[in-house]
Design a protein around this ligand. Structure first.
Ligand code: THU
Length: 146
């Protein structure tokens, strides 16, 4: 099923706003430091918060379930630097083949819930080769305690 992003990817994506293009580049660069000896699937994420860019990459574990995704390492970097309000997110699954199903490019459910903790419903999330979605499009009806 194709998601309905507010911006649909073009090849090349000519009209991606500059700040989001910069964030996406940071996500792609961060994917290089992923620790993914098991899946060999490098993922990078970048988060703009407090005027800074925080990056993350997936860190796998021999006990597979302990793996932490790129989006979460990036979100935790921002939060641990003192920024709990996320202004924009970019994610790049650089090893996914061109023309693959969008499912291979999208943030997983756990990461959506973690991002929703710190993002507003209209916070843009750039998904490489998919488009820009809002946080609420990515995770409608997020669980919230506040
Ligand atoms: N992965 C992410 O980093 N983010 C996601 O949203 C989905 C999956 C990572 C976890 C694992 O290291 C690899 O991709 C394959 O699942």
């Amino acid at each position: 099923m194709r998601v309905p992003p507010v911006f649909v990817w073009d090849d090349p994506p000519m009209d991606l706003p500059h700040d989001l293009a910069e964030l996406l580049e940071a996500a792609k660069t961060a994917s290089r430091i992923a620790y993914c000896p098991y899946s060999k699937f490098h993922v990078g994420a970048a988060i703009r918060a407090g005027g800074h860019i925080f990056t993350g990459a997936n860190v796998e574990n021999a006990s597979y379930g302990l793996t932490v995704c790129a989006e979460r390492t990036a979100a935790f970097a921002a939060v641990l630097a003192g920024y709990v309000k996320i202004d924009a997110v970019a994610v790049a699954c650089v090893d996914a083949p061109d023309g693959c199903d969008t499912g291979l490019l999208m943030p997983c459910g756990a990461c959506r819930q973690v991002l929703a903790e710190f993002a507003a419903p209209d916070t843009p999330v750039v998904v490489d080769r998919v488009g820009i979605l809002t946080m609420a499009e990515l995770l409608p009806h997020a669980f919230k305690l506040k």
